[in-house]
Design a protein around this ligand. Structure first.
Ligand code: SF4
Ligand code: SF4
Length: 321
């Protein structure tokens, strides 16, 4: 009990240090980082069973090899990270439920009092897996469902089966009821393209009926995929200017995410945020360097400084924050 209280206090202090560091940097145009990350994203799997249209992993654009993080390496890193980190997500460029040790990993984190989230394409949630997920103590699961019919869904989720998604949601809901558990919280996410925007309202109705939360997200596109931009401006991340996509919102100045979180890729590389899909900005390796050192390194500080000065990184042009 005392140990747990200590952890909660350390996390609260870390949150305050984050707010102070971010505001200080913003007001005085100087990089100050007194806090540890609030959240850590760990790519436990860099493999996927789908070939989603504009996903770098699905399209094989990501150059690093695909594999799973071993349970041993995972535990090693968790034992080394600052205890003041609160939130851990177990996905990045890959499908976490292909990893045979994912349940053990979730349990390990829950035993150590972390809030744990996964995001999945929901192609592999049988009754058995649903039971294991609910029993693992997982806090939150995001399920991708970008369409309500197979013909719409598979336009983006290449090789995906919409019936498996419905089945996955039902299996999780039934298991939660059967085991009298509130968690994992389920969020069904819908990425909006031109081809699926007409199904959004039906999607909302279906999901409302089963009392599950939804997240409607704008699609990340590039100039070659302008045809996929939804007609409804509300769902567009970009404006079109001379046939070039331009982000509607300006990136935050400075970008708070660089003070808040960091991503550990399966092969040891570090990514600075969710747009840094190949870990191109930090040439370091978390297998053999202390995360605390990487977090406060000159390299990351220079990137933080760039966002303070309002010179966003190339990847910021595609970001949705
Ligand atoms: S399921 Fe996720 S990781 Fe896999 S191809 Fe689709 S978007 Fe990419
Ligand atoms: S892409 Fe840019 S704006 Fe988006 S999270 Fe990364 S640094 Fe921040």
């Amino acid at each position: 009990m005392l140990a747990r209280t200590k952890i909660y206090i350390a996390r609260l202090v870390n949150l305050l240090l984050f707010a102070y560091s971010y505001l200080f940097s913003k007001i005085f145009n100087k990089v100050k980082v007194y806090n540890s990350p609030l959240a850590l994203h760990i790519e436990t799997s860099s493999r996927c069973d789908l070939g989603c249209l504009f996903c770098d992993r699905g399209q094989g654009i990501i150059s690093r090899p695909t594999d799973f993080l071993t349970l041993k390496d995972f535990q090693k890193i968790i034992n080394k990270i600052p205890k003041s980190i609160y939130w851990i997500t177990l996905y990045f460029q890959g499908e976490p439920l292909l990893d045979k040790t994912i349940i053990e990993k979730i349990k390990y984190l829950r035993t150590n009092n972390y809030y744990v989230e996964i995001s999945t394409n929901a192609q592999n949630i049988s009754k058995e897996i649903a039971t294991a997920l609910v029993e693992s103590g997982l806090n939150r699961i995001i399920i991708s469902m970008d369409g309500v019919t197979q013909s719409t869904y598979e336009k983006y989720r290449i090789n995906g089966n919409i019936n498996k998604v419905y089945e996955a949601i039902n299996n999780l809901l039934d298991t939660k009821i059967f085991l009298h558990k509130k968690n994992p919280k389920i969020i069904v996410q819908y990425i909006v393209f031109k081809h699926n925007e007409d199904e959004i309202e039906i999607f909302k109705k279906i999901i409302k009926k089963i009392k599950v939360k939804t997240k409607i997200k704008s699609a990340q596109l590039d100039s070659n995929s302008i045809d996929y931009l939804p007609n409804n401006d509300r769902y567009r991340r970009y404006n079109i200017n001379n046939n070039i996509l331009q982000r509607k919102k300006k990136p935050p100045r400075p970008c708070y995410r660089l003070w808040k979180e960091i991503i550990l890729l399966q092969n040891g590389q570090i990514a600075i945020c969710c747009q840094d899909k190949n870990g191109d900005y930090i040439n370091d390796n978390w297998y053999n360097t202390d995360i605390k050192k990487i977090w406060k390194s000159e390299k990351i500080n220079n990137l933080r400084l760039a966002t303070i000065k309002g010179t966003p990184l190339e990847i910021c042009n595609n970001c949705d924050i």
